[in-house]
Design a protein around this ligand. Sequence first.
Ligand code: 25A
Ligand code: L14
Length: 349
Amino acid sequence: MSGYVVAVVGATGAVGKKMIQMLEDSTLPVSQIKLLASKRSEGRELTFKGKTVLVEELTSISFVNVDIALFSAGGSVSKEFAPKAVQAGCVVIDNTSHFRMDSNVPLVVPEVNENALFKHQGIIACPNCSTIQMMVALEPLRKVFGLTRIIVSTYQAVSGAGNRAIFETERELREILNDGVAANQVKAEILPTAGDKKHFPIAFNALPQIDVFAEDDYTYEEWKMINETKKIMDAAALKVAVTCVRIPVLSGHSESVYFEIEKENVTSQQIKDVLTSAPGVILEDDPKTQTYPQAINSVGCKEVFVGRIRRDLDEVKGFHMWVVADNLLKGAALNSVQIAESLHKLKLV
Ligand code: 25A
Ligand code: L14
């Protein structure tokens, strides 16, 4: 059978499992799938298009005869194995932050900057989940009205931090609701981020920390959104301010986005009109009927949902909106598979 041999690295993870599903849904011709994870998961059975596939341990020789590899097993795994995959002749689509700001690596949201793929040298990076959904909503507006400034606060689901963060959230909720443990007494081991020293409960809480702290007291997640936005939009002068917050939602990231445009005298109706026909966007905005995007409705959907659009009361070129998407789909697995579809369409594999 003709088609590509596709490998999923981190196949047992929260994102990896969705990558398998998105490949099943995809028009990409796949002749064979290889599911790779750590030794811990070797021999586990997953299914692809109704057939059982055994998980194999990721090793240096995993990529022989593989055409496309989707990576989502953490930055350190990508750092070590993505160059080996490229050496074996494979095109890598990497979902971790490791290569995103590398000038030789295109950072791609297909609806926004598909043409950046022409410059790839073997590795293509999939942006951060929170960046992707904001780009899908803002790029069509930037094209028509110009864009000078973004101020965004995120309300991020725990599934972005992987399976262990999902299990931790569910356990905390059970301990509080079933066993009567006080919310500030439950034990946390993963969130806000596995890589930091202290851990805090997420159940019934909101944590203004995603990933570790970096320069100028911004978290690394906030820096990722700032730097990736400028790279994807090719707009170094764009003003971007970000606050990233974790909330006790399992899947579906929400964002309160304030943005300023270049054009004068634009109405919120004109903003809505542009978003109505924007690729990958569904407008859900009718205050009269209490219609607005909600995280729970985004789960399993491939689109980015936008609503609550209104003009700022003081800044005439400023607008507010609420942007929601399934962080494991458009925020990660789906965007990675769409990159593979674009590479196939443009004959770049
Ligand atoms: O912040 P980062 O570095 O960018 O990380 C991003 C994501 O990568 C995963 C985790 O997602 C995180 O959200 N990750 C990061 N560090 C990890 C680590 N030390 C890690 N995962 C495991 N160990 P996830 O939990 O959804 O898992 C993503 C996938 O990555 C695979 N993986 C990890 N290290 C790998 C690797 N694959 C190949 N080589 C490596 N060296 C991982 O496969 C998963 O598919 P797995 O076999 O290691 O895990 C299978 C199941 O085990 C659970 N689990 C994870 N960590 C532990 C664990 N169980 C016990 N102890 C642990 N320390 C997972 O939930 C998974 O279901
Ligand atoms: O950089 O913890 O792609 O929610 C995505 C989700 C890093 C962390 C990335 C989370 C990440 C993250």
